[in-house]
Design a binder for this molecule. Structure first.
Ligand code: SAM
Length: 297
């Protein structure tokens, strides 16, 4: 007798994937790797992220000349595990970003932090200014913050102004510290800030642009896993940007992180989160001021 050829939607999808896939990727492979991701980074990978995880990690299997995900799982468990974990994390993190992304945050930063600081400079009252870009990816966010500050405070390099830029992914941090981007990204920069970025070669024919020394000198790049306890700095910060990072975390992780940010922001300081995010639950230390902009009360 012929076996029934009727497959459930899930089975046909799995069968289809197996045909296309170079490596077998079992439920157990997915669940074990997703659990490691959650434990080590806070990143939650729902079932719908199965193909994404497969695609990103199969590159690691190829690079390591492995023939199966179970071999890769054993490798992560073995003596090389901690070293491979860095590559694993770099592979699973999503780093999409751009200069002046969600631009109203930078208008707010200009009006509420940079302009008052410039006024304090004129009155000889300027003190410390600290901003943290938490989950800075390849640097576009901290360079944007630096551009806004530099334009309002031209002598920023002589002032006590620092931007701390952290990420868990070491590949993007290397790129960020280099401060070089394709020249076509100039289009993302509003006209008034374009003078702060130069073509790499003086003849202007270069397809690479470089962030100016004043911008770079304000920023300190560090690897930091936001899940670490405690963080190796105490603040306080005038503002924290944590945009499009917490979308990858579950509600308790996100809530805990917001509490920790709140403790580090000066009273009257600011928290900026991504446009598709909202603060879950009550955070009495924070007051919603505008779209995805919160003030520490
Ligand atoms: C989508 S990017 C956002 C970049 C930038 N903030 C923006 O909005 O354009 C998210 C970044 O969060 C980082 N990230 C994810 N989990 C992290 C963790 N546990 N600790 C630190 N950074 C993390 C990723 O490596 C990635 O670079």
């Amino acid at each position: 007798m012929l076996k029934s050829s009727a497959l459930t939607a899930r089975e046909s999808e799995a069968a289809f994937d197996d045909v296309r896939r170079e490596y077998e990727f079992s439920d157990a492979d997915f669940h074990v790797l997703a659990r490691i991701a959650k434990q080590r980074t806070g990143i939650t990978l729902a079932d719908s992220k199965r193909n994404l995880l497969y695609g990103r990690l199969s590159r690691r299997l190829r690079a390591l000349k492995m023939s199966s995900f179970s071999e890769y799982r054993e490798y992560l468990d073995g003596p090389q595990g901690e070293i491979e974990l860095e590559r694993f994390i770099n592979s699973i993190s999503t780093n999409h970003t751009k200069l002046f992304r969600e631009p109203h945050h930078f208008d707010h930063l200009r009006d509420n932090i940079a302009v008052p600081y410039a006024q304090a400079v004129r009155n000889n009252r300027a003190g410390r200014l600290r901003i943290w870009s938490a989950g800075c990816s390849s640097g576009e966010e901290p360079y944007t913050i630096a551009m806004v500050i530099k334009r309002e405070i031209p002598d920023c390099a002589r002032r006590d102004i620092r931007i701390l830029a952290t990420d868990i992914d070491t590949d993007v941090l290397t790129k960020a510290a280099l401060g070089e981007y394709p020249v076509k990204m100039m289009e993302e920069i509003p006209e008034i800030y374009r003078g702060l970025v130069q073509p790499k070669n003086k003849d202007k024919s270069s397809d690479t642009m470089v962030m100016s020394e004043d911008l770079r000198s304000m920023i300190a790049y560090r690897r930091l896993n936001l899940m670490d306890h405690p963080w190796p700095f105490k603040g306080p910060f005038d503002a924290i940007f944590c945009r499009n990072v917490m979308i990858y975390f579950d509600a308790p992780t996100k809530s805990n992180l917001i509490e920790r940010y709140t403790q580090l922001i000066k009273p009257g300081g600011w928290l900026y989160i991504g446009h598709s995010e909202s603060l879950l639950g009550a955070h009495p230390g924070l007051e919603l001021i505008g779209r995805t902009v919160y003030r520490r009360v």
